[in-house]
Ligand binder design. Structure first.
Ligand SMILES: [Zn+2]
Length: 145
């Protein structure tokens, strides 16, 4: 349909003149003659992949203070197994823990440093107590026999 702009009569689309007043001024066609395709349900698009999502890509982050601490803690945990464990292993636990919590890189090393330091500390403490007869001989023999 198209509406006559002169009198408002609704004419067929193919009409060259208004059936009511003869005018040739019509509105744009509308209504039943141009049956629009029924509204298609909009296909649910998967959300577009984030363009610049900050990925936790390790290499791009700066090597910060706590990462250095992580490395130092890891080294301390290893060295502490050999000497001055009383000082080094607790330091290793602390620095590795800080590195694990606050560092942006090398969390694996930090976790390893914590585990190594704790285990080394317990073992050295155990043998130290044993050497000083705090722990009885039965304890060691019970474990290693
Ligand atoms: Zn008309």
């Amino acid at each position: 349909m198209k509406k006559c702009l002169n009198c408002g009569f609704d004419n067929k689309n193919e009409n060259a003149f208004c059936c009511s007043c003869g005018s040739t001024d019509f509105s744009e066609p509308f209504g039943t003659n141009d049956i629009a395709a029924p509204a298609q349900p909009v296909p649910i698009m998967p959300p577009p992949p984030p363009i610049s999502a900050p990925r936790p890509s390790e290499p791009k982050k700066p090597f910060g203070f706590f990462d250095v601490l992580t490395i130092l803690g890891f080294v301390a945990s290893l060295v502490g197994m050999i000497c001055i464990w009383v000082v080094l292993e607790p330091l290793a636990v602390i620095s590795s823990l800080l590195g694990f919590l606050k560092g942006s890189r090398s969390k694996g090393i930090a976790a390893a440093g914590i585990v190594i330091a704790v285990i080394a500390f317990i073992i050295r403490l155990f043998f130290s107590l044993y050497d000083n007869n705090v722990i009885g001989k039965w304890a060691v023999e019970g474990i290693f026999r």
